[in-house]
Design a protein. Structure first.
Length: 295
């Protein structure tokens, strides 16, 4: 199915959980961080922020833009009660550069390793992980590789493998200048200009095609190693990550709970911030999966 990038229902929100205004771009003027700074992680500068004052730690792994404040603005503005939220800029993005963002074949493993090292340096021995879209892949790897550290896993619009259907969708999205203006704006804010945005996007797509050609496994082989309670949230109307991906995750992750959201699209945190806030509170504080219609 070709995507009509001018229709809201086909909006390729891989790039941002944008509300349609500029709130995510000046979030530091709206909400005060608990702390912020840069760390040296595997020889790379990694910028982080913490928000809220809770005792339960939640690190959020962003999507393609790689900038926590842009993807998780709604969560930052309403940090769940009892939770300390950690956001960061993945290597090569935002304040975590130079160098510029690159997509080696194991970029999701690299991002997971960086996050684990960052959390160790910050002194967080146990924490929960939330990942959206690409960040969900890295969050899954992190939970599988560090079961002694990760208490809970929350996946939004994520996947474990690549299929031909996924690549057919990406095939229609190669030219960033055809994207909706607000999405192109976010790409430019993240990467500097149209040329760099196109170069970064093309590198990402090329890497996905190469991963598919090598079997399509992104974190498929890691799923059986996850030992923590896992919430999997999927919008039935998501045109970028079809719902069979969420079902596959649920079928292969022990202690997982699947939320198949009938009216959900790709940017679930943008659509349902209050429900997801309550879901996080229930899972991290009370240790329970609350049914979607009770949130």
């Amino acid at each position: 199915m070709a995507l009509n990038l001018q229709n809201e229902e086909d909006l390729p929100s891989t790039f941002t959980q944008d509300s349609g205004d500029d709130e995510q771009h000046d979030i530091h003027q709206i909400v005060a961080t608990t702390s912020q700074g840069s760390l040296s992680v595997h020889g790379q500068k990694l910028y982080y922020c913490t928000w809220g004052k809770g005792t339960e730690i939640l690190v959020a792994m962003p999507g393609f833009l790689g900038i926590g404040e842009m993807d998780f603005v709604r969560l930052i503005k309403s940090v769940p009660s009892g939770v300390l939220l950690v956001t960061f800029h993945v290597r090569g993005c935002g304040r975590s550069k130079p160098p510029d963002r690159a997509f080696p074949l194991d970029f999701y493993q690299q991002d997971a390793d960086d996050c684990a090292c960052m959390m160790e340096q910050l002194g967080f021995k146990q924490y929960s992980v939330l990942g959206w879209c690409l960040g969900g892949i890295s969050a899954t790897v992190l939970a599988a590789d560090h079961p002694q550290n990760v208490k809970n896993l929350i996946l939004l619009s994520s996947r474990a493998l690549l299929t031909k259907q996924d690549l057919d969708r990406l095939e229609t999205l190669k030219d960033v200048t055809t994207f909706k203006p607000k999405i192109l704006r976010d790409l430019i804010l993240a990467y500097g200009d149209v040329e760099m945005a196109q170069s970064t996007w093309s590198s990402f797509i090329n890497t996905f095609f190469e991963i598919f050609n090598r079997g399509g496994d992104m974190c498929q082989s890691k799923l059986s190693k996850i030992q923590c309670p896992t919430a999997i949230l999927q919008g039935v109307g998501d045109v970028l990550v079809p719902s069979f991906h969420a079902q596959y995750l649920h079928d292969h992750i022990d202690q997982s709970h699947l939320y198949m959201i009938s009216d959900g699209l790709h940017a679930l945190l943008q659509q349902f911030p209050a429900k997801i806030q309550k879901l996080i509170e229930a899972l991290l504080i009370e240790g329970v999966f609350v049914p979607w219609d009770k949130l």
